[in-house]
Ligand binder design. Structure first.
Ligand code: NAD
Length: 284
């Protein structure tokens, strides 16, 4: 039976480290790190995420502000808002909460965020730095959190066969690159992959980021694998991961639960990216 990877506990430890760095920056440089979240429209899930980000900031002493814009905000107005935040000296991190309303070009607006303040790591400059392994870039939060969870097991990543299921820009692609940086042998699967069951069974590390409740069954898990379930799917009012937990836990050596696994790590990593942005901007 697999050991449960406790995302809440690992996130708490990281928040503690961020709180220390925040205190040091305030004391030594008189700089108060600040995150601004831009929320357009009134998507209920987005509102919850934004609230959790505000609470996370408060926990570690990072200042936070949410700019709330109506759903009929135009692309031009949104870009003007981003440019104002780029120019604001007291703002160190900018996060544009997705999804954006229809008619607004997400890529165009995201690309307006100054790479130095892009704490979500979605700007092409930061994506490029991730590919090249340049340490001063910003990596998307969820994949960074996944690496921390794997490391928390005490198991080596180097030399392991890793299988990532999903190839989104926010999870699948960046986690594949991070695992590669840690010297894993990485296979990326997606909706057009043939024989997914066979490929997924190769993974000594298996990361599921598909967005389909319990799509990964126990028989798709290698005996002794480290299983990271990124999925958040609402089924009859309950949260379900992308992995069928009970059958997968019988074969895995370590597994993340949903909720309480990857979820808490995403916010912890956002806070870590924000303190990093503030430290880098303060050192210029
Ligand atoms: P996405 O929809 O952008 O990407 C899904 C990926 O899965 C695609 O690349 C697609 O090719 C692949 N896929 C779909 N069906 C497949 C199949 N049958 N076989 C193999 N691959 C298949 O999703 P995303 O943004 O990467 O999110 C994935 C999941 O992770 C969602 O449930 C999302 O809610 C969750 N998520 C959680 C967090 C967190 O903080 N815990 C953060 C981001 C995303």
């Amino acid at each position: 039976m697999a050991e449960i990877i406790n995302g809440k506990a690992v996130a708490l430890k990281i928040k503690g480290e961020v709180a220390e760095r925040t205190k040091a920056l305030i004391n030594e440089k008189r700089v108060s790190p600040k995150l601004v979240v831009v929320l357009v429209g009134d998507d209920p899930a987005s509102k919850t995420y934004v609230r959790n980000k505000e609470l996370g900031c408060a926990e570690v002493g990072i200042l936070s502000k949410t700019v709330r814009l109506p759903s009929n905000t135009t692309e031009k107005e949104l870009i003007e808002q981003i440019r104002a935040l780029n120019n604001a000296r007291d703002v160190h991190g900018i996060l544009l909460q997705l999804p954006l309303p229809k008619g607004v070009n997400e890529v165009k607006v995201l690309n307006e965020i100054l790479p130095e303040k892009d704490v979500d790591g979605l700007h092409p400059v930061n994506m490029g730095k991730l590919i090249k392994g340049e340490a001063d870039g910003f990596t998307p939060c969820t994949p960074q959190g996944i690496i921390e969870l794997i490391l928390s097991t005490g198991q080596e990543i180097s030399g392991k066969e890793a299988v990532v299921i999903g190839r989104s820009n926010i999870v699948g692609k960046p986690i594949a690159l991070l695992l590669l940086q840690h010297n894993a042998t990485v296979t990326v699967c997606h909706s057009k992959t043939k024989g997914l069951e066979t490929v997924s069974r190769r993974g000594e590390i298996l990361v599921a980021a598909i967005g389909r409740a319990e799509a990964i069954k126990g028989e798709m898990v290698k005996e002794g694998a480290i299983v990271i379930d990124v999925g958040i799917n609402r089924v009859n009012g309950k949260l379900k991961g992308d992995v069928e937990y009970d059958s997968a836990a019988e074969r895995a050596s370590y597994i993340t639960p949903v909720p309480g696994g990857v979820g808490p790590m995403t916010i912890a990593m956002l806070l870590r990216n924000t303190i990093k942005a503030a430290e880098l901007l303060a050192s210029k």
